[in-house]
Design a binder for this molecule. Structure first.
Ligand code: C5P
Length: 231
């Protein structure tokens, strides 16, 4: 599915319901968003992947990670293709590359640049289509889809999140150490929460859910229960 393929103005995009799932890194948003989307037959938007793509391109192209012009240049005409959990840009598969820790850190730096965030708004909003969209990120409920039918803010203890990420990286055979991951995660949380534009904060009408001691199944069940209560 190309992210540029959904610009058909005959689609009554405004009617498609959105479930916004926001929260800090490794809080389980991606897994939960995918599973909720699958359960409902909705599309899924991994907005963090967009910032990661810009982070990757900035690293590779030696582009200043705080410079609006260079970053907006990378975002212009960006047409990632998301298919079966894999991601391509310009025919190149970058599924694994964008999950690197250095790319995550770059994503968090470029995400603090307000003009880049604005440049990526339209691309994100174009994913809203019937029968519905589950969008995960940091500002889905506050900025990108403020009229979302359900807003969930998923949190988890930073130590638990670092351990989850450590396990994911080990499973994939990537080198990592827990203390380094923990420090990087704390830095990233701090940067995401304190940036001026679209900081990582729950929307006033968000349901906050702490997943530290919950299984993914339990979180998915809770989100679906909240959603069915609103439908
Ligand atoms: O969710 P993920 O860890 O893949 O996101 C990578 C980075 O992209 C985050 O640390 C955050 O800084 C940024 N991001 C954001 N807004 C979003 C999604 C991600 O600022 N909606």
């Amino acid at each position: 599915m190309s992210m540029q393929a959904h610009t058909d103005i005959s689609t009554p995009a405004v009617l498609a319901p959105v479930i916004a799932i926001d929260g800090p890194t490794a809080s389980g948003k991606g897994t939960v968003a995918n599973r909720v989307a699958r359960a409902l037959g909705y599309a899924c938007l991994d907005s963090g992947a967009l910032y990661r793509i810009i982070g990757l391109l900035a690293i590779e192209g030696g582009v200043d990670q705080s410079g609006a012009d260079g970053l907006c240049g990378l975002a212009a005409g960006l047409a990632p293709v998301f298919e079966d959990g894999r991601i391509w840009i310009d025919g190149r598969e970058i599924t694994e590359d964008i999950r690197r820790e250095d790319v995550g850190a770059a994503a968090s730096r470029v995400a603090a640049v307000a003009p880049l965030r604005l440049a990526l708004l339209d691309l994100q909003r174009r994913q809203r289509r019937l029968p519905g969209l589950v969008a995960d990120g940091r500002d889905m409920g506050t900025v990108v889809f403020p009229d979302a039918a359900l807003k969930v803010f998923l949190v988890a203890d930073v130590q638990v999140r670092a351990e989850r990420r450590f396990k994911q990286l080990m499973d994939k055979g990537y080198p990592a150490t827990l203390p380094v991951l923990l420090r990087g995660m704390q830095e990233r949380d701090q940067r995401d929460q304190s940036r001026e534009f679209a900081p990582l904060v729950p929307a006033p009408d968000a349901m906050v859910l702490d997943s530290s001691t919950l299984t993914a199944d339990a979180v998915v069940a809770q989100v679906l229960q909240w959603y069915s209560g609103r439908a």
